[in-house]
Design a protein around this ligand. Structure first.
Ligand code: PRP
Length: 216
């Protein structure tokens, strides 16, 4: 083990990282340092297994992995699709399940049917563009927002939104609904292509152990 180089993991901050560390613990990968919630440390190490972990904003995870600053990343499929980085998607971890949807008031349903030039607000402009231009062949104006996207149709910034729907309660409480489903989402493991070549055995072993745990 001591001859190994460190394998570095980038984890999307928050619930996803907590779920990931719970899953890793189940296959014997622990990181005690990470459990100290008062710590301001940014990088956590398991010396014995030669593993390093760091937390970052979700959208930065594919960037760290593409450049090889992290060998492996754990992030939502929404971020992978939006960032479109040169990384391998290795495993569906199954948690963080939700859907990317086109949402709006019921009255906007008509606008989608007739391929009108509508305004679409989203935190995910690339996903919205791919969906409307490539899949639906509908020309739309896309407006990038950074959060609370449901406001778009409420204040008449946009006709519809493209956003994540989990329980549907944000939509419901604001008089909006799912109009179309773009794609299902969940947490994924991504790997740097060079790391995959250099550390094939270690990464494959990790993927197999995780896959075994997830299917049991
Ligand atoms: C996400 C998403 C929706 C909400 C959906 O927002 O953008 O707003 O969760 O969840 P629900 O279907 O269970 O109501 P998030 O909380 O990440 O914050 P944001 O609006 O600032 O992006």
């Amino acid at each position: 083990m001591s001859d190994y180089r460190y394998l570095t993991f980038a984890l999307g901050k928050g619930r996803l990282a907590n779920k990931t560390m719970e899953l890793f613990e189940e296959i014997g990968i622990t990181c005690e340092e990470m459990k100290d919630k008062n710590s301001r440390k940014l990088i956590f190490v398991n010396e014995e297994l030669k593993l390093r972990f760091f937390l970052s904003k979700g959208p930065d995870v594919p960037t760290y992995v593409e450049y090889g600053a992290a060998d492996i990343g754990i992030v939502g499929r929404d971020t992978i699709l939006e960032e479109n980085r040169n990384v391998y998607e290795m495993l569906d971890l199954g948690y963080g399940k939700c859907r990317m949807c086109v949402c709006g008031p019921a009255s906007a349903r008509e606008l989608l049917l007739h391929h009108e030039r509508i305004r679409v607000a989203s935190k995910y402009p690339n996903i919205a563009r791919d969906y409307f231009y490539d899949k639906k062949h509908q020309t739309v104006d896309i407006i990038k927002l950074n959060g609370s996207v449901e406001l778009g149709p409420l204040v008449e910034l946009s006709d519809v939104i493209v956003d994540i729907v989990e329980t549907g309660s944000t939509l419901k409480e604001n008089g909006l609904e799912v109009l179309e489903e773009v794609c299902p989402l969940s947490a994924r493991m991504i790997v740097n292509p060079v790391s995959m070549q250099m550390e094939t055995e270690r990464i494959k072993d990790l993927v197999n152990r995780l896959r075994g745990r997830l299917s049991s």
